[in-house]
Design a protein around this ligand. Structure first.
Ligand code: FE
Length: 392
């Protein structure tokens, strides 16, 4: 068994300045679209790196859901520039892309196919170390062993997983999330809650991950609504909470809420379902399904008990947890079902069989506390479509 985290996590307002102290010669800074640039944080990051005596090159424009091509272009740029630090700043995407670029920079002969085998990476840090700076509060990729890269030719999102790509340094600076749009605060916050709950009930849960998961759940419940309503102190706490949840799930893995979100996110013609919003919709249904498994039921009840939710029996405690999640979804304007979200019934019925198969095959299904077959997955997705209770 193994528990892996970044060596250093700097947190607090203004900690972006820690870039001065990385202690290298050349930094490749990988970033996404314009929001950090517009807010002046890109210039600041470059200046801090220069103040630290480093030569800096910026790789800009990593798209949301980064492609294999972008990864290869970034790796080429790194081969040219030869950085000894890779610094990535952004929502999940630029950091995920930079993790893969880093791997191809160190091992140009490796193939993308080889990297899609979980925990099969070559040993990194022969050429560079890696720092990550999140600018949203949800994916926690700054502390995780994961990266998601899309092969647009094949139309497949590949989750890459290996502790080699757990960053060396994470800088969790709440100043960078002060201007997040409201819906992103809601969705990424519920994504973080899902990470913590799935990690806590995962078959890979451990005494090392449990405290992180519980603390993250408590902080999300305490701070997400006020952060959503605009309180910046709460926003800061949410930034830390999502990071703690990431530390838990990077080591304990996730479950079928994520399997379902991954395979439904881009499945319908009516539009993309944002990742965190999909998780928030599915979470109560999955708790009902998983709670038929005694160990999972005990763990959900334990979450409720630790959070001070009401209930004297195990069943009552689990119901309190489900009610609490539903209450948060209502507060945050998240629909109760896929139908309410706006997915058309005919299209759903036509596609649910295939989606169920794909969801069962998702990388997150293996650590779910209750086993699931495509038939039950189809029933579960159907319950989440119509807003029905799950009792099977
Ligand atoms: Fe997630």
């Amino acid at each position: 068994m193994r528990f892996t985290l970044p060596r250093d996590i700097y947190y607090g307002p203004g900690t972006l300045e820690e870039l001065k102290n990385l202690g290298g010669e050349k930094a490749m800074l990988v970033v996404g679209g314009g929001s950090m640039k517009r807010q002046g944080f890109l210039d600041k990051a470059v200046q801090y790196l220069k103040d630290g005596g480093m030569e800096v090159e910026v790789f800009e424009g990593v798209e949301p859901d980064p492609s294999v091509e972008t990864v290869m272009r970034g790796a080429e740029a790194m081969k040219e520039f030869e950085p000894d630090w890779i610094v990535s700043m952004g929502g999940g995407s630029p950091i995920d892309a930079a993790k893969a670029m880093w791997t191809f920079y160190e091992y140009p002969e490796t193939t993308f196919e080889e990297l899609t085998i979980p925990f099969n990476f070559p040993e990194l840090r022969k050429k560079a170390k890696f720092a990550a700076i999140p600018t949203t509060s949800g994916t926690a990729t700054e502390v995780t062993a994961f990266s998601v890269i899309t092969d647009y030719d094949k139309g497949i999102k590949y989750p890459l997983a290996d502790f080699n790509i757990t960053p060396d340094v994470a800088i969790v600076d709440p100043d960078l999330v002060g201007a997040l749009p409201k819906n992103q605060i809601a969705f990424t916050g519920m994504d973080a809650l899902t990470h913590a709950i799935e990690a806590y009930v995962s078959t890979m849960n451990s005494p090392y991950t449990d405290p992180l998961a519980l603390q993250a759940i408590e902080m999300v419940l305490d701070y997400l609504p006020t952060s959503f309503y605009g309180n910046l102190d709460a926003r800061e706490q949410m930034h830390y909470a999502q990071c703690l949840a990431g530390m838990a799930f990077s080591n304990a893995l996730l479950g079928i809420v994520h399997s379902m979100a991954h395979k439904t996110g881009a499945a319908f013609s009516t539009g993309h379902i944002p990742h965190g919003e999909a998780n928030a919709i599915y979470l109560p249904y999955v708790i009902q399904y998983n709670a038929k498994e005694p160990e999972a039921a005990a763990r959900y009840a334990e979450i409720a008990r630790r959070m001070g939710l009401e209930g004297t029996s195990q069943k009552a405690l689990i119901n309190s947890l489900i009610d609490k999640i539903r209450e948060y979804n209502v507060k945050l304007g998240i629909p109760k079902s896929l139908q309410e979200f706006g997915i058309e019934e005919e299209e759903f019925k036509n596609k649910v069989g295939e989606i169920a198969e794909l969801a069962v095959g998702d990388a997150c299904t293996g650590s779910n506390p209750r086993a699931i077959e495509p038939e039950a997955m189809e029933k579960l997705l159907t319950a989440a479509y119509y807003g029905d209770e799950v009792d099977f």
